[in-house]
Design a protein around this ligand. Sequence first.
Ligand SMILES: C[S@@+](CC[C@H](N)C(=O)[O-])C[C@H]1O[C@@H](n2cnc3c(N)ncnc32)[C@H](O)[C@@H]1O
Length: 221
Amino acid sequence: MGMNDDRWDYIQQYSREIFGRQDAHLAGLMDEAVQAGLPNIAVSADVGRLLMMLTSMTRGQLAIELGTLGGYSGIWLARGLKTNGRLITIEREPAHADFAQAQFERADVADRVEIRRGVALEVLPQLADELGPDSVDVVFIDAVKIEYAQYWRIVRPLIAPGGLVMADNVLGGGDGSIKDIGHEQRDAVDTFNRLVADDPDFEAVVVPLRQGVIVGRRKNN
Ligand SMILES: C[S@@+](CC[C@H](N)C(=O)[O-])C[C@H]1O[C@@H](n2cnc3c(N)ncnc32)[C@H](O)[C@@H]1O
C-alpha cells in the first residue's frame, strides 16, 4: 500500500481527531497565544498526549524542556510528572515566558514548573552543573533545530537510567522535510537523529506524528 500525500494528511488528521482530546484551556491556548503575538508553532494535541504518557512512564521526578513558547507542551509534560515532580523549561523570548507563566498558573501546574529565561546553549551548561549526571527523567527538545546535536551533547549525561529524550520536528519542520538532503536545518536534525539512534546506551525510535517525534530511552544497565 503506497503512502501518498493525501493519505498521509488523512492519517495525521485522523490521529488528531481520535487521539487529540484536550481540555478547554489547552484547546484555546494557542489561539490566545497567537492573539498575544506568539507564533503558532506548538506541538499538536496528540503529540502533547504522547509527551504526557511517556513522562508518566518514567520516575516522573524531573523534566527539562527546551523551548517553552506559550506553555502548551509544558502543561502536557507537567501533567505526566508524579505529584512531587518538577519541570524546568527554557525560553529565550521574555514575552513567550510571560505568557507561559500565566498559562501554567491557569492550568494549576505552576507549583511544579519553573521557567528559566535565556538562551538554551547558555542556560543548559549551568543547569548541568546544578543538576548533575543521571538526574533527569525526561528531556524534551523543541528550540533551535540546528542546535539539536549541541543540546544532545549537554543533556545526554544528565539523563537517568530509564529516562527519556524526546525531540520535535525530527522528520521535518517549517517548509522542509527530512527528504531535503543538503538543507542546513534538515542535515542538523539528521545528525542529531543518528547520534541518538547510534548511542549504545540508548534505544530510540521515531513516532511519525505531525513532524516527527524522536523517543530515546537510556538503558537501565
Ligand atoms: C517550537 S517553539 C516551542 C513550542 C513548545 N514546545 C510547544 O509545543 O508548546 C520554540 C520556542 O523556542 C524558543 N527559542 C528559540 N531559540 C531559543 C534559544 N536559543 N534558547 C531558548 N529558547 C529558544 C522560541 O522563542 C520559541 O518560543
